[in-house]
Design a protein around this ligand. Structure first.
Ligand SMILES: Cc1ncc(COP(=O)(O)O)c(C=O)c1O
Length: 435
């Protein structure tokens, strides 16, 4: 049956899902899959949370969708509730559907407000695949689609395990950031508009910037009159152990974008900025309307997500359970030579696989084989970009923030056993599993 579908990102995972609840989804052959990807890193409050289900049911009785210029109670309430969780000057909200759209809005507003067009983003970043933000996305999806938007410059990601400027080893001292701005200053045609970054670079290999990184980034931006856009698609609403990633780095961006985790599985995203920027964009005739902007049903779902995240202190849970997860991963590293690096923050963790710990040669075929074996044994995990473009050797673990101790331990056991099974295979068999 899947032959009728366009394969939008490589092959599909075997099996057909029929239901989901909490940390698990169930396949039509009856197998229960422990979901260490929280859907597509969206279901932070667990699958099909009853509060979200009842908010959607209520919206079905009230109103699902409206003309894009007509407002509704759920949208007004969500704006109020969300802004209540944010520091000044982030007090204006726009609600769209996807992460790419929220970043497009921030980008367009930054350009309109500043009257300039140059934008910086980090190598290994992912900000979406719509035309504007795909130019800012470096972790994949670039080749074969023609030129990207002009005026975009890359800053080297603070990837301490493989320092992009061959300067640090293990602990990043932010030299990459200074070097990146030096290059930008020489290449600029004098139109600095904005810099965009994720608090933790997830798709690029779960790269955790060092303390002080975003304070310095904000300073470098301010010196040039650039606006800082933080993309918290994955890190917003608790995943890193604080409600927002920016809190952990002591900065307040000019724009905050939220998406995946905001709807808990329902497509809704938000672009947040200051009253000053909103007013200036309005005066300059901002147009960023979409069919589903300000839709009431997703806003009702997002309000339910916010209730659960705040009411159940899921940011606190992410900090505690993240500690358990990363300690277990370090133990696994002690048992498996192929685990080169373990890193993460809260419940967003990465395990980088290498051929050899001394050379750090990336184990590109092994990564796919381990995720396939985990899948076969009932654990869903992602593999994300490693060292070489197009290759993937970093296991990414991002379970729901509601995950229990036993579920974490079960996931760790499956990963441990999958590594044992796959590394015991002759290397030709490992490669064969990949295809
Ligand atoms: C940090 C980040 N920003 C933006 C996006 C794009 O979101 P969407 O796929 O909803 O457009 C993603 C998707 O993975 C992401 O991880």
């Amino acid at each position: 049956m899947s032959e009728q579908l366009i394969r939008y990102a490589g092959p599909f995972v075997p099996g057909v899902a029929r239901s989901a609840s909490g940390s698990f989804y169930e396949l039509d052959d009856g197998r229960r899959m422990l979901d260490f990807t929280a859907g597509q890193i969206c279901a932070t409050i667990g699958h099909n949370h009853p509060r979200v289900v009842s908010a959607i049911e209520q919206a079905c009785r009230d109103v699902l969708h409206l003309n894009s210029w007509v407002l509704s109670e759920p949208v007004l309430r969500l704006a109020h509730r969300l802004i209540d969780t944010l520091p000044p000057p982030l007090d204006r909200a726009l609600f769209l559907s996807t992460g790419g759209e929220a970043n497009e809005a921030a980008l367009r507003m930054a350009k309109l407000h500043s009257g300039r067009f140059e934008v910086l983003s980090l190598t290994r970043s992912w900000h979406g695949l719509t035309a504007g933000v795909s130019a800012l996305t470096h972790a994949g999806g670039r080749s074969g689609y023609g030129p990207t938007a002009p005026g975009v410059f890359a800053l080297p990601a603070p990837y301490a395990y493989r320092c992009p400027i061959r300067h640090c080893d293990g602990d990043c001292d932010c030299s990459c950031l200074e070097a990146g701005f030096e290059l930008y200053d020489q290449a600029s045609v004098g139109s600095p508009a904005a810099a965009v970054a994720e608090p933790v670079l997830s798709a690029g290999g779960v790269i955790v910037p060092p303390p002080g990184y975003f304070v310095r980034l904000a300073e470098l931006c301010a010196e040039r009159g650039m606006l800082l856009i933080l993309d918290e698609a994955q890190t917003g609403l608790g995943r890193l152990g604080a409600l927002y990633g920016f809190e952990l780095y002591d900065v307040v961006p000019d724009f905050l974008t939220l998406s995946k985790t905001l709807g808990g599985g329902i497509p809704i995203s938000a672009t947040l900025t200051s009253a000053e920027i909103e007013q200036s964009c309005f005066e300059r005739g901002l147009v960023h309307v979409t069919s589903h902007v300000s839709d009431p049903m997703p806003a009702a779902a997002a309000e339910a997500v916010l209730d659960v995240v705040l009411g159940d202190d899921l940011a606190g849970a992410a900090a505690t359970q993240g500690q358990r997860l990363i300690e277990g991963l370090h133990e696994i590293q002690g048992r498996h030579e192929v685990v080169g690096d373990v890193r993460g923050m809260g419940l967003l963790c990465g395990v980088e696989l290498v051929e050899d710990r001394a050379t750090r040669a990336p184990a590109d075929t092994l990564g796919r084989a381990v995720t396939d074996e985990c899948q076969r044994c009932g654990l869903s995990i992602n593999i994300v970009r490693g060292e070489t473009a197009g290759a993937a050797n970093c296991l990414r673990l991002a379970p729901p923030l509601t995950i229990s101790d036993d579920e974490i331990d079960l996931g760790l056991t499956i990963i441990d056993e999958a590594l044992t099974t796959v590394t015991a295979r002759p290397s030709a068999a490992v490669a064969a599993v990949q295809t």
